[in-house]
Design a protein around this ligand. Structure first.
Ligand SMILES: Cc1ncc(COP(=O)(O)O)c(C=O)c1O
Length: 403
């Protein structure tokens, strides 16, 4: 049986499939089983920040796996790899975030943050933003997207309130003494790469201080240099109560973390949280290596420089294809093309694939580009040429359909 047949017949069908069987990757390139080579501008949903098969990751996995993968009684026992990761994260996190815990996915880290907010405040109401995405557990789904999002899994977790991003007046109406937390992404990822204004973020902090609720910043997608700073929080003069991390943290391994202030940590009692794999030595060793590499090589600055060039090139593409591209957005190597309609997104994604470029289709008529952070200028320009060629083909296809 072919790979596709097996997956289509026996895998749970939860998303539209691309006709692509990927076998291996190296740097920013991946190969399918037929030997075709593609430029990967998805980084596996923004995860493989050092590219595919980076020697640091390969060697660390092999070395740590030969030592130990999972501790006896996991969190009951200490681990040199976990301690090393804590020290590395301390060097890059905002100063106020002094305590850390680990998880296996971004959703799990956010879920834990919401749980802690309930515990510390004794309240359950959460304010989040329209267009946000915080994960697919029941709690995180309930604070994602908008009021309609939890409707498939009724009853949704009660007490969720959504505001428009960058709308201070609406935020002020929602945050009061009954709120446990405000959770937000500083640049919405799944929502189409939309950055928060500095004044809005400051207002969130001020309202949380006034009403005794927690400010949770979800850096699952924006963290680990993706936006051109180590954390997107570094663009804003603000200290959250909890910051959640995932995706790039371990360069491709399923891993996540949350960091919190001493005040939040002081409310946690034994048995409040845990998990079989949380802080397993294998993922911790890799995450420590990735964190150190990003910091020591100042990858944030590199990403910021290439990101600026990328925006210039994408704006040129917009001038060339004004009937296709409505807007270009981005910070660092978190980039988006907003097209004129939703029905352009999958055709453009498929055409890019035909031209040897993999991009990420997103809601709201957006195609995202989330390449490895080690992308070179040369590789970027190959990608832009392929994107231009796909846009040109889409223009022809749409013109012939309209004729
Ligand atoms: C901002 C943000 N938070 C949370 C998540 C959920 O992370 P995971 O898929 O690892 O559970 C995502 C995933 O895309 C995300 O972009």
């Amino acid at each position: 049986m072919l790979v596709q047949e097996i997956e289509d017949s026996f895998g749970l069908q939860v998303c539209k499939k691309q006709s692509l069987v990927i076998e291996r990757g190296l740097g920013v390139w991946v190969w399918d089983t037929a030997g075709e080579k593609y430029l990967d501008f998805t980084a596996g949903w923004g995860v493989t920040c050092l590219g595919h098969a980076h020697p640091l990751i390969v060697e660390t996995i092999s070395k740590q796996a030969a030592l130990i993968i999972q501790n006896p009684n996991s969190g009951f026992t200490y681990s040199p790899a976990r301690a090393e990761l804590i020290l590395e994260l301390q060097k890059v996190l905002p100063d106020s975030l002094t305590r850390m815990f680990f998880a296996n996915s971004g959703a799990e880290a956010n879920d834990a943050a919401l749980k802690l907010a309930r515990k510390i405040t004794g309240r359950s109401k959460v304010v989040s933003l329209h267009g946000s995405f915080h994960g697919r557990t029941l709690a995180t789904l309930s604070v994602s997207g908008g009021p309609q999002n939890g409707a498939r899994y009724l009853p949704r977790v009660p007490g969720q309130n959504f505001c428009l991003h960058n709308n201070g007046a609406e935020l002020g109406d929602h945050v009061d003494d009954s709120v446990a937390a405000v959770i937000l992404e500083l640049v919405q990822g799944e929502g189409g790469v939309r950055a928060m204004d500095a004044s809005f973020v400051k207002q969130v902090r001020a309202l949380c201080d006034k009403h005794g609720c927690l400010m949770i910043i979800d850096e699952v997608q924006t963290g680990f240099c993706r936006t051109g700073r180590f954390f997107a929080t570094d663009y804003y003069d603000v200290q959250p109560d909890i910051l959640t991390m995932g995706k790039g943290i371990a360069g491709g391994l399923a891993f996540a973390a949350l960091a919190m202030s001493e005040h939040v940590a002081s409310a946690v009692e034994l048995g409040d949280h845990g998990g079989t794999y949380c802080g397993n030595p294998l993922s911790c060793a890799v995450a420590a290596g990735v964190t150190r590499y990003l910091r020591e090589h100042n990858i944030a600055a590199q990403v910021s420089g290439l990101g600026a060039l990328a925006i210039e090139d994408l704006l040129e593409l917009q001038q060339q294809f004004p009937d296709m591209i409505r807007q270009v957005r981005g910070r660092g190597l978190m980039l988006a093309l907003e097209l004129h309609s939703d029905d352009m997104v999958w055709p453009l994604t498929d055409l890019c694939q035909q031209k040897g470029l993999l991009v990420t289709p997103t809601r709201n008529a957006v195609v995202r580009l989330l390449p490895s952070l080690l992308l070179t200028e040369r590789e970027w320009s190959i990608g832009v040429q392929r994107l231009a060629s796909a846009l040109s083909a889409l223009q022809v296809d749409r013109a012939s359909l309209a004729a």
